[in-house]
Write a new protein. Structure first.
Length: 404
């Protein structure tokens, strides 16, 4: 069950990453931080040597600016969604787990400075913030352009399909060729809005009206379905969506190839690499029906690629997602998933496929953190006479619970 839950969590992170919480004027208390589940000391999210400047986008309406870090600290003001604040570099030494409109975030508090209507300094919960720039002050993006994009996207109803075409038209017109800093921020805000449409739009009800053939399922899975052959799929395509299939269902998803084609040659090298890694997984999914459906060696290659990316880019703007995703991929190579078990449930004997992929990783990627985990796990299994016993499971469970 842990593996199934992890799969669902990762899917939720992917589809709801950066989704802006919309205005809720009825209850200010429900528009910022909500349920505080736990607070625990931990290391700050960022490594040493902070970027000179970090600019955050406020993605929760009426997010509280507090005098100190912590949910019980006095509120200075409530900052509206779509605002931008600047980090001071100070991060709380603990993280809170807080529910923001139905989703849980475990993040520290960041000391920031607001700019509108007048500068105020305080702490904000990281779950309501999205970095859009981290680097030298001299290289910061043109905030007038980014603010214009933010305001336009906030004006569009995400539940209406035609908002996709309007958003794409605005981006193509106003961001034809920009600096990497501007392009990174624009990509984050725009892709966030498109994913918000995917989640809130319920466009699957349109797809349900189509009578699908078996050949359609295969074409969609292979990315070869002709979206122009049906008025509904044509409309989806014109508004920035394509189709995906899993567990016998067909549903609309953001066209990540279109996003890649438009942004990849304008964004920073790190963002370009992220887009390429993400697109590869979109075009050839690794999971279906709670099972790994690509060769385990390829799955290992992807896992190591994310580990190396996160190591090389500790301050990446979408690092909350990439670290969690990389962590999840590496640990499923130790724990298996429901329909690709690491060991026989009755005999506890390790699967031959997992034994092979572990040796593959140790030989090809011996210096990685993943290889280190495998060596530790193999020692435990060897002591148990070759069985994936309770001690082995406890070791992997401990890794699952580690902060990333």
């Amino acid at each position: 069950m842990k593996k199934t839950a992890a799969l669902l969590i990762t899917f939720a992170l992917l589809t709801s990453l950066l989704i802006s919480c919309r205005n809720d004027e009825k209850n200010e208390e429900n528009s910022g931080e909500e349920t505080n589940l736990s607070s625990e000391a931990s290391e700050p999210s960022f490594a040493a040597h902070e970027p000179e400047m970090t600019i955050f986008y406020v993605r929760v309406d009426k997010l509280r600016l507090r005098k100190e870090a912590g949910q019980t600290a006095e509120t200075i003001t409530a900052v509206p969604e779509g605002s931008f604040v600047t980090g001071t570099g100070e991060v709380s030494s603990f993280r809170d787990t807080i529910e923001l409109r139905g989703m849980y975030y475990r993040e520290p508090y960041y000391k920031v400075v607001t700019s509108d209507p007048e500068p105020q300094t305080g702490f904000m919960f990281g779950g309501g913030l999205q970095p859009v720039y981290a680097g030298p002050a001299a290289g910061s993006p043109d905030m007038a352009k980014i603010t214009e994009l933010s305001k336009f996207l906030l004006s569009l109803p995400p539940s209406e399909l035609t908002s996709g075409a309007k958003a794409w038209e605005f981006v193509r017109k106003n961001f034809p060729k920009e600096s990497p800093a501007v392009s990174d921020a624009a990509y984050i805000l725009f892709s966030s809005f498109m994913r918000q449409m995917e989640v809130e739009g319920m466009f699957y009800s349109l797809v349900d009206q189509i009578e699908w053939k078996e050949t359609d399922y295969e074409a969609i899975y292979l990315g070869k379905y002709d979206m122009s052959q049906n008025p509904i799929t044509t409309s989806l395509s014109q508004n920035g969506f394509t189709l995906a299939t899993t567990e016998g269902s067909i549903f609309p998803v953001v066209d990540q190839k279109a996003l890649s084609d438009f942004f990849r040659n304008m964004v920073s090298p790190a963002m370009k690499e992220y887009i390429q890694l993400d697109l590869a997984e979109f075009q050839q999914p690794a999971m279906d029906d709670a099972g790994i459906i690509i060769p385990l060696e390829e799955y290992a290659n992807r896992s190591v690629a994310w580990e190396k990316f996160n190591s090389a880019n500790p301050h990446f703007l979408l690092g909350s997602y990439t670290r969690e995703h990389g962590h999840w991929m590496s640990l499923t190579l130790l724990s298996g998933v429901d329909n690709t078990p690491v060991a026989d449930y009755e005999t506890e004997k390790v699967s031959e496929d997992f034994e092979k992929v572990w040796e593959y990783i140790l030989q090809k990627y011996p210096e990685t953190q993943l290889a280190g985990h495998i060596r530790n796990l193999q020692q435990i299994i060897q002591k148990a006479g070759g069985l994936y016993n309770s001690e082995a499971r406890a070791y992997v469970d401990h890794l699952w619970e580690m902060e990333v």
